[in-house]
Design a binder for this molecule. Structure first.
Ligand SMILES: [Zn+2]
Length: 556
């Protein structure tokens, strides 16, 4: 009986985004039908931006192929391995060289030629399909119907697909945004006001799962480079503008980009009954917008386009930084003069709900932090501490899952409470003393919960058992390896994985301009408890049958 492994990948930009469970189920059926003995599965719940090199499950699969640990690889469709015909053909040659078969629901791909014919068919057929869909949409627009989602201010008309009616409540908000914008208010303050008043945001009215979410940001008002926000939506003056832009995929970064279509492809249809904004108000708003763009970006009114850097040299600190004021995430907000990314609090930068507006050079922070972490981790006290945490961890391993969930719920409750109180203080004339006291209490409790959560680590990871002297050896060697890697090759994938395994988060505190950065790194205690920091190379052991790798799948 032949042995087989399954491979599944989910990424949001795939046309048929079958869930990973669905893919695996299908693979198992194929394996059963072909009388294969399934000994393992590999999964990448990867971000769509990652290339083959950054997909852990894929790399492990490839190692298995090279070591000839199984006879067949089963996938739902070969494009799960790669969507690029050149890559898939090279891959098939590697399979062939090692005598491993590639199978999907259509059967075995016997030769590299088979697979290139199949992928050729894909590259020819898919654009044709897209073209058909596009023509259908153009047709609908020409008849005054609008394919796709509906804009803020409108509802779909029941029983008439593609038709819209004005939603009176949302229309009032649209008018208010235009009026305030023309009066000279900044989009950030308009957005912050709407959030504070609890006005449902565009996303929350369209998606059931986001109901009640009321965070507005400035981008939904003016949009980005293409001005696709509320201020620029021609539907508010009763015109449907269709086919103005199209989305293309950058083959280097796998990121989607917008391009403006040539004029002759634009379709404009008038629907006066959908007008919300009077012409005069609209014209004034457009004037304000172009004046602001010119004063911001120079005579063209457009930001300079920078070269897009491929995503696989993502910064090790990305996703690690937290705001010291609101405890929210920090995001890359701008870049330093030398091109290094700068991080700022996402709430402050995007929504105006946090006052921590200063940004931090991520390269400077990383260099400083790796020195500090080195001192911190290699001191005898730290080793002792790690050992203690490791013992504690093993003791608590069994009951920690439920405690983790309970703490997390409580933390959520406290966060909501604190937000509620902050709004109350901002909007009432009463003396805030009592409210402030209550906030302090909540904050204190939340802090202790967070400390406990950090100690518990990520949940139910298994701990590799080994004895005392071995533990400190392993610990020291892993830490030294990480420090060296951070200095010599900070952007390599392994370094990033190891760094994030070790560092739970870094809380960045507000400091005045040009002062040294202040921050507190929090270590992931489960990383101190004997888990390998660097991704393992399992080529020697044949333990593949018990093994399934799940990428953390942050963006599904
Ligand atoms: Zn903040």
């Amino acid at each position: 009986k032949k042995t087989a492994v399954l491979y599944a990948r989910y990424s949001s930009d795939m046309q048929k985004a079958t869930s990973i469970d669905g893919q695996l189920l299908l693979c198992r059926k194929v394996a059963l039908r072909n009388n294969l003995d399934v000994i393992g599965e590999f999964v990448d719940a990867a971000k769509s931006g990652l290339t083959e090199g950054a997909r852990d499950g894929y790399q492990r699969l490839l190692n298995g192929v090279r070591n000839q640990e199984f006879d067949v690889v089963v996938v739902e469709h070969f494009d799960r391995l790669s969507r690029d015909p050149a890559t898939i053909q090279r891959l098939k040659q590697v399979f062939e060289f090692n005598g491993v078969e590639l199978m999907d629901q259509k059967g075995v791909y016997a030769t590299a030629t088979d697979i290139s014919i199949a992928s050729l068919y894909n590259t020819i057929y898919k654009p044709q399909l897209a073209e058909k869909v596009r023509r259908g949409h153009d047709n609908a627009v020409a008849n005054g119907r609008i394919p796709g989602s509906y804009a803020y201010g409108y509802r779909p008309r029941a029983g008439a697909p593609g038709e819209r009616v004005i939603d009176e409540n949302e229309a009032k908000i649209v008018l208010r945004i235009f009026t305030e914008y023309v009066a000279g208010r900044s989009t950030r303050t308009i957005a912050a006001d709407l959030t504070r008043e609890g006005v449902p945001s565009p996303g929350s009215t369209r998606h059931k799962n986001k109901a009640g979410r009321t965070t507005w940001n400035h981008q939904c008002i003016t949009g980005g480079r293409y001005g696709r926000g509320i201020i620029g939506n021609d539907l508010y003056i009763g015109e449907i503008h269709w086919n103005v832009r199209s989305t293309i995929l950058n083959p280097e970064t796998q990121k989607k980009q917008k391009r403006r279509n040539p004029e002759e492809r634009h379709i404009i249809v008038k629907k006066p009954e959908l007008r919300i904004v009077p012409q005069e108000l609209w014209d004034r708003a457009q004037k304000v917008r172009s004046a602001r763009a010119v004063s911001m970006f120079g005579p063209t009114g457009k930001p300079r386009r920078r070269a897009v850097i491929p995503r696989n040299n993502e910064h090790p600190l990305a996703g690690v930084l937290r705001c010291g004021v609101c405890n929210g995430h920090m995001r890359i907000a701008q870049s330093s003069r030398n091109g290094a990314p700068r991080a700022a609090c996402a709430s402050a930068h995007q929504r105006g709900t946090c006052e921590h507006t200063h940004s931090f050079d991520m390269d400077v922070l990383l260099e400083d932090a790796s020195d500090k972490i080195q001192v911190k981790l290699l001191s005898p006290k730290a080793i002792e501490e790690a050992m203690r945490a490791w013992k504690e961890e093993r003791k608590n391993d069994r009951n920690k899952g439920s405690e983790h969930a309970k703490l997390e719920r409580r933390r959520g409750v406290l966060t909501t409470e604190i937000e509620r109180l902050s709004y109350a203080i901002a909007n009432s004339r009463r003396k805030p003393d009592e409210l402030l006291k209550r906030i302090d209490e909540c904050d204190l409790e939340r802090e202790s919960i967070e400390a406990r959560l950090r100690l518990l680590g990520g949940g139910g990871e298994n701990v590799i058992g080994f004895d005392r002297p071995k533990f400190s050896d392993r610990y020291l060697s892993e830490v030294r390896r990480l420090i060296t890697a951070l200095k010599t090759n900070p952007k390599a994938i392994e370094t990033r994985v190891a760094f994030r395994n070790l560092i739970e988060c870094i809380v960045v505190h507000p400091v005045p301009k040009r002062m040294p950065y202040e921050y507190t790194p929090y270590l992931n205690s489960s990383a101190l408890c004997g888990k390998n920091l660097f991704p393992e190379n399992r080529s020697k052991e044949r333990e593949i049958s018990t093994f399934a790798y799940y990428d953390n799948g942050k963006s599904g």
